[in-house]
Design a protein around this ligand. Structure first.
Ligand SMILES: Cc1cc2nc3c(=O)[nH]c(=O)nc-3n(C[C@H](O)[C@H](O)[C@H](O)COP(=O)(O)OP(=O)(O)OC[C@H]3O[C@@H](n4cnc5c(N)ncnc54)[C@H](O)[C@@H]3O)c2cc1C
Length: 389
């Protein structure tokens, strides 16, 4: 690994790598098979201060910079994508509060999320508002000192487990995307119920839930920013969390390459180890090159986003780097895992080896936090704004 890491980042990587290999990897296949949220891994991450590692220290987090956070996610995803999502999803749930909350809101909500005392969730997607997230139909109507929320959210990671949710709802449907507002909602509010839990292709231990809001009362002081700022808050959030998904994708790709190398050294056909076949060596060389190129762009993106901080409005550069990192790392993950399955032959297609799980897990990284088509739209728009180098 050639990227310039600080001594602290290197040590952090070693610690998380060891933890992942010793404690997470042995659980990975079972988590995938049962599809149950791994509470033991959640507790393990709490014990090691990983749940809120990227949140500010003064709010009870680990205070790690974004690159360090990404390295942690990457190392965990290398052995278990579901487990890496525990950290990435908690980060996503906290982020709108970190980028748009006032001091009182940050102090009220973040410490419990950072410690893992409460699970958080980010509820933007709706049945009719996916890629077009500004088309939010969920309504929030001010009634005295409370808002009343009604509507349906779908595909919400940890939706049914979360005690603190950031929910996007329209306070002014006539204003379209400029009428969307962001609210912090207590997961135990009356009128909030959990609908279907999705049965998924990958990241099977992560809960993905539908949430119904039936006249849910939310105190006025839980509005983040001003009315109408919700969509901007969501986009600023994603600018800061997409690198985490990129790191997850990169970790999955690295895990698949590790597994393929191990297997090909052992597996003999035509009287010698398969790794001695040039056609196979070329595939491995391409996989390594894709991973390294992706890692460099991700680490650069993490630096760019980190420099902007939590509170600054996103510059086109922040948005572009964040989207580019997610795009390249997730495309790499899909291609590398598919090739790893190929390199395992029939053994790649069965559950005795981890690569088929990695291939299924990789797919989601091209879809959530904005599909890769959406990342391309974002990158292109920012390219126009940027002009020539
Ligand atoms: C496991 C999982 C976890 C998730 N977690 C969360 C979460 O925690 N919180 C949350 O709010 N959401 C979450 N999501 C939702 C996720 O972000 C959306 O599924 C995603 O943004 C795509 O929206 P959609 O599914 O409605 O697809 P659609 O918007 O219907 O898109 C369908 C296809 O059309 C393409 N497309 C759409 N518009 C365009 C365009 N303008 N140009 C070109 N192509 C286009 C898309 O790229 C895609 O290929 C999660 C989803 C999954 C599956």
């Amino acid at each position: 690994m050639s990227y310039d890491l600080t001594e602290e980042q290197r040590m952090f990587r070693e610690t998380v790598r060891r933890l992942a290999l010793e404690r997470v990897e042995p659980r990975a296949a079972e988590i995938d098979r049962t599809g149950e949220f791994p509470w033991d891994i959640f507790q393990l991450f709490r014990d090691y201060g990983l749940v809120g590692v990227g949140m500010p220290e003064e709010l009870g987090g680990g205070g790690a910079d974004l690159l360090t956070f990404c390295i942690g996610v990457e190392e965990i995803a290398r052995v278990c994508a579901t487990s890496s999502l525990i950290i990435a999803a908690q980060h996503l749930g906290a982020m709108p509060i970190l980028v748009a909350g006032n001091e009182e809101q940050k102090r009220r909500f973040i410490p419990d999320i950072a410690s893992g005392n409460k699970i958080s969730a980010f509820a933007l997607t709706e049945p009719e508002a996916g890629s077009d997230a500004g088309g939010t139909k969920t309504r929030a109507v001010l009634d005295g000192d409370r808002y009343r929320l009604s509507g349906t959210k779908v595909f919400i990671t940890n939706g049914g487990l979360a005690k603190t949710l950031v929910v996007f709802a329209s306070t002014d449907p006539d204003r379209g995307v400029r009428g969307v507002s962001a609210f912090v909602v207590d997961g135990e509010s009356q009128g909030l119920s959990v609908g279907r839990i999705e049965d998924k292709m990958g990241i099977r231990g992560s809960q993905t839930a539908m949430l119904n809001f039936d006249d849910v009362r939310v105190p006025r002081e839980n509005l983040l920013g001003q009315e109408g700022e919700g969509f901007k808050i969501a986009m600023r959030t994603l600018d800061r969390t997409r690198p985490g998904i990129a790191a997850q994708a990169l970790g999955i790709a690295q895990g698949a390459l590790d597994a393929a190398l191990d297997h090909l050294k052992q597996r003999r056909q035509f009287g010698r180890p398969l790794i001695e076949q040039e056609a196979i060596q070329f595939m491995l060389a391409d996989m390594e090159t894709q991973i390294q190129a992706s890692r460099h762009l991700l680490y650069k993106a993490a630096e760019v986003v980190e420099t902007a901080g939590f509170e600054a409005q996103s510059s086109p550069e922040v948005t572009r780097y964040s989207a580019m990192a997610k795009l390249i790392c997730s495309d790499t993950a899909m291609e590398v895992t598919t090739n790893a399955v190929q390199l395992f032959g029939g053994y790649g297609y069965v559950r005795d080896y981890p690569v088929e799980r990695m291939m299924r897990d990789a797919k989601i990284t091209q879809i959530y936090e904005g599909t890769n088509q959406v990342q391309r739209l974002v990158i292109f728009r920012n390219l126009l704004e940027k002009g020539l180098n």
